[in-house]
Structures are given as C-alpha cells and as structure tokens.
Design a binder for this molecule. Structure first.
Ligand SMILES: Cc1cc2nc3c(=O)[nH]c(=O)nc-3n(C[C@H](O)[C@H](O)[C@H](O)COP(=O)(O)OP(=O)(O)OC[C@H]3O[C@@H](n4cnc5c(N)ncnc54)[C@H](O)[C@@H]3O)c2cc1C
Length: 461
C-alpha cells in the first residue's frame, strides 16, 4: 500500500541532548532517521511502521571522526563519503574504506551513514564484516548516559540488537592495531557498487616465519547476522598455508556458516562462494608473504653500517635506524612496518627531535639540519602539492610555520603526502592551539605515518 504523507510527522531538534530526551519521553514512538536511505525505501514501499520521525542527520555530535593514539572514533552519523575521504580510515582501515566505496552509488554514499548500516542490520550490509574483524566497539547514548559494548555482541539474531528503543549509536571505535596486517576484501554480487552482496568477506592476516601468526575472517550474507569465522580461524592459526590447510579452511567455513535461499542467491551457491573467498584470501596471504621482498632480503644481508645508512632516510633518527638494523632479519613488509612503529614509539624525545629536524619546513626544500639526498628527494615528493600552490598560500604557510617554531621550538611535522597547501595550512592552524604535550604526540604520529610511506617507497627502490 502506498504511504500517505499526511500520516507522518518529522521533527529535527538539531542537537543530541534534545533528541535523546524526546526518545526517552515516548520510547519506541519516535524513529531516528539519519541519511534515510533505508527508512525512505521502507516508506516508499508503504512498510514504515513508525509515524513519527526524528532527524539525526548531520548532527555535529555524530558527524566527527576523532583520532587518538590508540583508536579512531567514528561518529555514527558519518557518511560513506566521510569514511572514503578520511586519511586514517584509508591507510589503517582499508577494509572499511573498501566497504564504503562499494556501498551503493555516489548519491547513496553521500547520505548513507555507518550508524544506519549497523541499525538497519541487514546480514548483507557491507561495512559490518569490517567492523567485526577490526574489533569495533560501539558507544550508545541515551538520557541515562553512555555505554560502550563490543560490536561482535551487538547483533543477536536477524534484525535483533542490543539497542534500547530510547538509545542511539553515538560512536564506532576501532583500535589502531591492524595496520601491519595484510587485508583482503571482496564483494560477490551482480556487480560491486549498486548491488547488494550475495556474499562478502573482510579478512586480515599476518604471517611470521612461514606460518599464520594471526588471522581474522568475517563474512556477510551467510547467516542471520554478519559472521566472524572463529572456528576456521582457530584451525588455520599457527599453520603454514598449503593445499591441505586451504581445504580444511574451506570445509570449516562451510560448516560454520548458516546461509539461506533468497531472491539474490541460493544457500548452496553462497556456501560454495564462502569457501572460495576464504581459499582466495589464504592464497593471497601466502603469496604476499612469500614474495617477501627482494629489497628487504638484500638489506637483511648488508653489513650493519651500510644497512644503517640505507634505512636512515626513512626516519632521520639514528637510534631508530640502529634498532631496526639490530632487529634483522625482518621477514616481510608487515614485519618491517610493525618493527618500525614499535621502535619509533619506544624512542626518547631527543631521538624524536632528531627525526623531526631531518625534514625541511613545509614549503621549503632544505632541512634545518643535514639530511641525506634521499630524504630531501622524498620530502620534495611529499610536498609536491605545496610547491605548485599559489604564492599567497605559500606566504601564509611560511608565516604560520614561523609562528609554530616560535611556539614549539621546532619544525612543524605533517604527513603531507596527498594534501594540498590549503589543507596543510588548516592543520597547522589547528595544531597551533595544542598544548605542548598534545602537539609533541601529534607530531610523532605524523612522523610515524611519514615513515610508513617512506618504508614502502624504500622497498620499491
Ligand atoms: C540505492 C541503494 C543502494 C544501497 N546499497 C547498499 C550496499 O551496497 N551495501 C550496503 O551495505 N547497504 C546498501 N544500502 C543500504 C543503506 O544505504 C545503508 O544501510 C545505510 O548505511 C543506511 O544509513 P542511513 O543513514 O541512510 O540510515 P537510515 O535510513 O536513516 O536509518 C536506517 C535505520 O537505522 C536507524 N539509525 C540510523 N542511525 C542511527 C543511530 N545513530 N543510532 C540508532 N539508530 C540509527 C534508523 O532509525 C533506521 O532504523 C543501499 C541503499 C540504497 C537505497
């Protein structure tokens, strides 16, 4: 039956506290509507039971993304476009970035929110397997305050979840500890975008010394809720990947899933595809590991002095380079990046300063301190967008740089790759408001990101 618009009421109080008060006053009466991409489909089909809607679209409290040293906190009202464009989501949570690219078309990505995807609770939802493997937590909010729970416990059965009818999802928190894993995402549907998944996979894996050190696999559309394949993971963890293990993993995955027949596919087809996706992931994980890296293998064999000289431009701190050399042999890129992060975090502040000083000011080509030719060349690549910026922006940037140096007594460090001069200027202005301790850690995090990018380039040389 077609919906009659006069039967519906929609309000938009515009702030979170007014909205949760309204939900508490008449529990179950008001339906939150964010981007509306699911609610409006129900409305158009005459299947929307709720008659009173409260808009939570574009609420500042739900639309921010906060990055702390340990986690990223994504507001539930962030759209797929917000996620696709976010630098840390792209670099550290590629499975979520891929899911955001695959969800609907551009118009849908501009409106659909991650909170809406979670509460709509489709077993085929693209972002949910990624949340499972990244060990997401949810922060829920109501007039009673906030509560935090693990996402893996949130969906309890088909379209059932641990959300009271006066609660909203406020934030999705992802721990920042998976950036050294190999990640693999695939969506099997009629096509990638604008199609609901028949089966989708989000998986992370890390190999060490020829065996699977850690593995995390989640599938969508194979059960009433998105499913983590914990039994399959248990069977393969600690083992080398060979044809017998791949077969065991296929069988374990087929035994774990609970697919159904529906208009998009049959249960049998879904079981076969699920097995294939798990096998494909294991093959790719092995290939990635075996490829090792010719450059890394050569570096592992170099005399210590030469090994130190060649890796130093990736960071600038001698203590970091010495520790990296002492940790050889490093087996693959993932181990190299993980060792780099760990070493960087354990350095003293004066080591950090040494690394910071190896960079030129943003907008200039020469560092204040002597840096290698390689480092100067990489800095020029990283800042290529600044070099072509308008003269006025460059001048403002130079002034802001000087203000930063007066305030913090060192060069401003930002991971400039892919950023325009204007974006860098905005970041610089924001960071000028930081206190000294916050700013030191922010600069150290930016340096860590620069090092990850440089190590990747270094391996390609
Ligand atoms: C053309 C089209 C293509 C699509 N393609 C895909 C696809 O490829 N993959 C996919 O996964 N999905 C797809 N979707 C589904 C949809 O876009 C997503 O589920 C989207 O993330 C929903 O977000 P929303 O903000 O639009 O939710 P809304 O429609 O506003 O809300 C959906 C539900 O979530 C509740 N809700 C929303 N936010 C919150 C919150 N913060 N706290 C509590 N409850 C909340 C609402 O009350 C409602 O029950 C598609 C939809 C369309 C129309």
């Amino acid at each position: 039956m077609r919906a009659n618009p006069s039967e519906y009421e929609m309000v938009a109080p515009g702030n979170l506290s007014a909205i949760v008060s309204l939900l508490a006053k008449e529990p179950g009466v008001w339906l939150p509507i964010a981007g509306g991409t699911d609610v409006m489909v129900q409305y158009a089909a005459g299947k929307l039971a709720a008659r009173k809607l409260v808009s939570i679209w574009n609420l500042p409290e739900l639309r921010r993304i906060e990055v702390t040293p340990d986690e990223i906190r994504i507001g539930a009202g962030c759209t797929y476009t917000d996620l696709r464009k976010h630098e840390i989501v792209g670099s550290e949570f590629p499975l979520l970035a891929s899911a955001s690219r695959w969800t609907g078309g551009i118009a849908n990505q501009n409106r659909g929110t991650i909170g809406g995807n979670i509460v709509n609770a489709s077993p085929a939802a693209d972002s949910l397997p990624a949340l499972l493997v990244y060990d997401a937590d949810l922060i829920l909010v109501s007039v009673r305050g906030e509560r935090r729970l693990r996402y893996e416990n949130f969906h309890t059965a088909y379209k059932k979840m641990l959300l009271a009818n006066d609660e909203l999802i406020q934030t999705v928190c992802l721990p920042r500890r998976f950036d050294t894993y190999f990640s693999h995402a695939r969506k099997v549907g009629a096509r990638n975008a604008q199609a609901i998944s028949k089966v989708c996979i989000a998986a992370l894996g890390r190999m060490a010394k020829g065996v699977i050190e850690d593995i995390r696999i989640a599938l969508g559309s194979v059960a009433p809720v998105p499913l983590r394949l914990t039994e399959t993971e248990r069977i393969v963890r600690g083992k080398a990947i060979d044809p017998a293990l791949v077969l065991s993993a296929r069988n374990a995955a087929a035994a774990e899933i609970r697919p159904i027949d529906d208009i998009r596919s049959t249960a049998r087809y879904r079981a076969a595809v699920a097995g294939n996706l798990v096998a494909e992931f294991l093959h790719r994980l092995k290939a990635e590991h075996q490829e090792g890296n010719a450059a890394l293998a050569r570096w592992n064999r170099l005399p210590p002095d030469e090994a130190l000289r060649t890796i130093l431009p990736c960071c600038g701190s001698k203590a970091w380079a010495q520790e990296m050399v002492s940790r050889r042999p490093l087996e693959n890129e993932a181990e190299l990046l993980a060792t780099s992060d760990q070493t960087w975090r354990n350095l003293t502040r004066s080591d950090w300063m040494e690394a910071f000083q190896s960079h030129p000011r943003i907008g200039e080509s020469q560092p204040s301190h002597s840096a290698s030719t390689q480092s100067v060349e990489w800095s020029a690549q990283e800042q290529s967008n600044v070099a072509t910026a308008e003269a006025a922006v460059k001048t403002t940037l130079a002034d802001a740089n000087r203000e930063y140096e007066r305030r913090f007594n060192r060069t401003f460090i930002v991971c400039a790759t892919g950023k325009s001069a204007q974006e860098i200027l905005e970041i610089l202005r924001r960071r000028l408001q930081n206190d000294a301790e916050t700013e030191l850690h922010e600069a150290a995090e930016q340096q860590r990101q620069i090092m990850q990018i440089r190590l990747g380039k270094w391996l390609q040389e």
